[in-house]
Write a protein that binds this ligand. Sequence first.
Ligand SMILES: O=C(O)CCC(=O)C(=O)O
Length: 368
Amino acid sequence: MAPTFDDGNSLFDFVVKDGNGVKGLVDSGITKVPERFIQPPSERIEKVVQSSKDHFASVPIDLSKLDGPDHDQVVEAIVRAAETLGFFQVINHGVSFDLLESLKNAAQRFFAQPADAKAVYLKRVSPSPFVKYGTSFAPEQEKALEWKDFVSMVYTNDGDAQQHWPKVCKEEALEYLKLSSKMVRRLLEILIGNLGVTLDDSRLESLIGNKIVNMNFYPICPNPELTVGVGRHSDMSILTVLLQDNVGGLYVKLEEEILDGRKEEWMEIPPIPGALVINAGDSLQILSNGRYKSAEHGVRTTSKKSRISIPVFNLPRPTEKIGPLPHVAEVDGGAVYREVMFQEYMSNHVGHAHEGKKSLDFVKVKAN
Ligand SMILES: O=C(O)CCC(=O)C(=O)O
């Protein structure tokens, strides 16, 4: 029989503090979503549109063509996607289909473990500062919890990853991180080059040298219309790479310029076998003085099937200063963001519940 939670606190303890997660809740046999997970209507991802068949959200960019006669068109497609939607999908990205499959299986293995095996990585008890298991984004700060469990693995070096990351998924996660990093470096060079700027190797590496692999698990949800898997937010990264399974649920919010006066709309980034999803993060928006769009996105839940996604966040190193590139700010007639040390930006971002692109306000230059 499903457990009864007498009050919100015992539910919170069961899901968050004891590490049973949303998966534990669903496995216990609940038939309706507890109050604590019900999102106010303004936070639900409701007005959704399909991307048309020829839209770059659903037509992947073939990165192998960067080495052939279509090089310029591919560069243009990457730039256009980063300037408008902030999202695109890629194939021939250097991560094999087999590895992508193994990676999804590895994530399934992690979450299929009993709660006790996962709970050793809960925030306050994890044996390693590099591994954290949890649920939702900032449970203590959130009025309504997100319908998601996750494990987060920070990369420092191979030795630390081999020693500290969970055995059931570390090999696949590490390989994925390494192979996708080569592609990220190439994409970054293209995007920075398009701004008319050349950065040396060490600066480029510092901008994406802080890497985190997450594995997300979204259990089936009895009332998907009331919940979110992930609330609307933007990433702190320069670029995020994401593998999703075939369930679907990732949506990007269309920016006002695209909507042309229409009300808020969300476009699905549909699953494409073998493709990886790329999105621009806040750091890239800041660096480009707002020319590239850090995409506001979120995840819907479903009652049909659980879902897996595996993002790699390619972030600036903690002591790296991020601010608009001087050349771009000069051409644009001024910087719209102030410069900060990335760790300051990160502390502000992780200290708050998801709230769209609000984290960018932290560095926005106020108009006089
Ligand atoms: O699961 C997804 O598709 C997106 C995940 C995400 O936005 C995140 O982990 O920040």
